[in-house]
Write a protein that binds this ligand. Sequence first.
Ligand code: FES
Ligand code: FES
Length: 214
Amino acid sequence: MSEPNDFKITRRDLIAAGAALSISPLSANVAAQSPPVQRALEPTHGGSVSLLVNGQRQQLDLDNRTSLLDALREHLHLTGTKKGCDHGQCGACTVIVDGQRINSCLTLAVMHEGAEVTTVEGLGTPASLHPMQQAFVDHDGFQCGYCTPGQICSAVSVLAEIEAGVPSHVTEDLAQPPQVTAAEIRERMSGNICRCGAYVNILDAITDVAEARA
Ligand code: FES
Ligand code: FES
């Protein structure tokens, strides 16, 4: 009969025992299910979408899960529209779709069949800037410029929204059309974050365009 002191565990025995114990019923169950899960994640769902981007008809074959932002940047190479957070929190990806500004990172391209999309490239050209682009230059409405395309697309839409009488959270009298005030502009531009803090000059630029129109 063996004595207690004869009982020996080698390092190899210990590792083998640990590996056997780590395969719990739960993980074994997940492993058994993994093939169908992987199949569901495979990019097999393609779709075709037609967009009018900056005045040009574009026919795109995309994975259905492609965001409008990625369709513009990766497929049409319109890299003016920027990806900041990719989560709808910074506004860097703002574009104008059928006259309304949206965060292009939060919407799928295939949801916009036939839509008219305007990016910063479609507002003006280097030789002939859109008045809002010119105002941002005149007022130093940027530093690094990363947020600027989104700021400009948003600003163009903000003035259109005020002109159309769309109220905001700070519109005091809902029975009257909203006015272009600093408070209205700040509130309506609050979804566009600028890490360089160029807010004062952005406000000046938008006010300048509004006054020139008036
Ligand atoms: Fe779309 Fe930030 S990249 S909101
Ligand atoms: Fe740099 Fe706005 S100019 S983030």
